[in-house]
Design a protein around this ligand. Structure first.
Ligand code: AMP
Length: 143
């Protein structure tokens, strides 16, 4: 494995817990924040990172999660506003080298990319998957 990284994940739902489990098993140092303690039940038995209960839009919660030591922040809640706010704070105030935000609304994605926040849009990724199947079936028919 490449050098272990400090990775802070915001939101321990379906996406965040999956990322946390995979990264922890791969040997990275993972901290996960969620405002609902029960969400940490999604972490697997071999998850060896840390959990912090709290609202990630609060500075003290991010400090408790050791954001200043993070190499990566993944903002993976269901709320675009929360993800983008945390991402901006991580970048601007804590100077985290790599910050990625899950953003559902493709219209917002462009605005935040312009502000330097890297975004991942499930909406665009899913649309591209669907569209790829249309192209693929057209190509196989024309053969
Ligand atoms: P999912 O949409 O299933 O990936 O879950 C998103 C997770 O993000 C849920 O577990 C929420 O409790 C969590 N969440 C949403 N807003 C915040 C917030 N401001 N701070 C911390 N966790 C949050």
């Amino acid at each position: 494995m490449s050098e272990p990284q400090n990775i802070l994940i915001i939101g321990c739902g379906r996406l965040g817990s999956r990322l946390a489990n995979r990264l922890s098993v791969s040997g990275h140092y993972v901290v996960v924040v969620d405002k609902r303690k029960s969400m940490f039940e999604k972490l697997s038995f071999d998850f060896s990172g840390y959990t912090v209960v709290g609202d990630a839009t609060e500075f003290q919660v991010l400090r408790d999660a050791k954001i200043s030591q993070a190499d990566y922040v993944f903002a993976a809640t269901r709320s675009d506003n929360t993800n983008l706010m945390v991402a901006q704070v991580a970048r601007e105030m804590f100077e985290v080298p790599t910050v990625l935000a899950r953003v559902y609304d493709p219209a917002r994605e462009a605005v935040y990319q312009a502000l330097g926040v890297r975004t991942i849009s499930p909406t665009n990724l899913t649309a591209n998957e669907f569209l790829g199947h249309v192209d693929a079936s057209r190509k196989s028919r024309s053969r």
